[in-house]
Design a protein around this ligand. Structure first.
Ligand SMILES: C[S@@+](CC[C@H](N)C(=O)[O-])C[C@H]1O[C@@H](n2cnc3c(N)ncnc32)[C@H](O)[C@@H]1O
Length: 307
């Protein structure tokens, strides 16, 4: 991963606006920080989505059907999928896909201990790029699980491209996907600006990773976390904001950044259920059941893939 991290970071710093994929947050330290984020009082998405899974896993398993090959895009700690695994009828296998390799393999070890008979085939890969999947049994469907509202990290156009790829990859099966709903910006603002500063550490880990992996010369006190709701684009944006005019050096290349200028590190788009269903329909899915919490903060959607 490190060579494309170097290339993409250099590209990001050389362009205007400066922007890089959030996938680079996730080395081992970034993955561990994300797990801490999930436990923060302000970070409602994980608890809310887990509550929906606990309450409705039987209906979701009914949509998925027997003998499925279940894929998880952006697997992380593999906690949420347990709700489904507890309800699925004779799953053929589970294929967790994640870019954060060491973290994925350790999470798989824990999952295997809890589900000793489950066939787990981890795939260390970038889910937004072409990847080859292990064969299923041919007897059951291939079904995707994409929780965590990670789809919101894509712009709607990128999300459409991902959904088209998934509709093809999952043809004959379906996709169970979590989306974060449009809500009071104050709730969103708090979720991405927690009082313990964990989200700030997660964001700043991108620069720490560049120092560790690429030997980048970037001042430790040169940037701060900035996260705000962009209401026109219905998304939280995370940036790393430069506190001063400074010079960054990465592998012989030099980049200047002024005080107040930023490196845009993440988008988290918010959707309505119907808005997202219409995007999924453009990608070829037929929207089915959906499950939303009583506060209407988060939804899980079943999308039937084309035949
Ligand atoms: C927001 S976390 C969600 C984790 C977990 N699925 C959950 O719902 O709590 C995103 C996960 O996706 C992984 N990830 C991010 N971008 C990725 C990409 N392009 N390809 C594969 N994995 C990716 C990260 O390593 C991380 O584990």
């Amino acid at each position: 991963m490190s060579s494309s991290f170097a290339e993409d970071l250099q590209l990001a710093l050389g362009q205007r606006p400066r922007s890089i994929s959030p996938k680079y947050f996730y080395d081992e330290i970034g993955s561990a920080l994300f797990e801490q984020i999930c436990d923060l009082p302000e970070y409602y998405p994980t608890r809310t989505e887990l509550g929906l899974l606990q309450a409705h896993a039987a209906e979701m398993a009914e949509c998925i059907g027997p003998q499925a090959q279940l894929l998880e895009y952006g697997a992380g700690a593999l906690q949420k999928v347990r709700c489904l695994l507890d309800r699925l009828e004779a799953p053929h296998s589970f294929v967790p896909i994640d870019i954060s390799g060491a973290h994925l393999l350790s999470a798989c070890g824990q999952l295997q201990a809890a589900y000793p008979t489950l066939q787990i085939n981890p795939l260390v890969a970038d889910f937004s790029r072409p990847h080859s999947l292990p064969q299923g049994s041919g007897k059951g469907p291939r079904v995707g699980f994409f929780p965590g509202s990670s789809i919101g990290n894509f712009t709607p156009l990128e999300a459409l491209a991902f959904l088209k790829m998934a509709a093809f990859e999952l043809r004959g099966g379906g996709l169970l996907i979590g989306i974060d709903l449009i809500k009071d910006p104050a709730i969103l603002h708090a979720a991405y600006n927690d009082s313990a500063g964990v989200t700030a550490a997660f964001n700043l880990n991108l620069l720490a990773r560049a120092r560790r992996e690429l030997g980048a010369d970037i001042a430790r006190d040169g940037f701060v976390h900035s996260a705000f709701y962009n209401s026109a684009l219905q998304r939280i944006e995370m940036h790393l904001m430069s506190l001063k005019r400074q010079t960054l050096r990465i592998a012989e290349r030099v980049y200047e950044i002024d005080a107040g200028e930023t490196l845009h590190t993440e988008n988290s788009h918010k959707y309505s259920v119907v808005g997202f269903q219409s995007l999924a329909a453009q990608a070829g899915f037929s929207p089915g059941a959906s499950w939303t919490d009583p506060r209407e903060w988060f939804s899980l959607l079943w999308l039937q893939a084309p035949a």
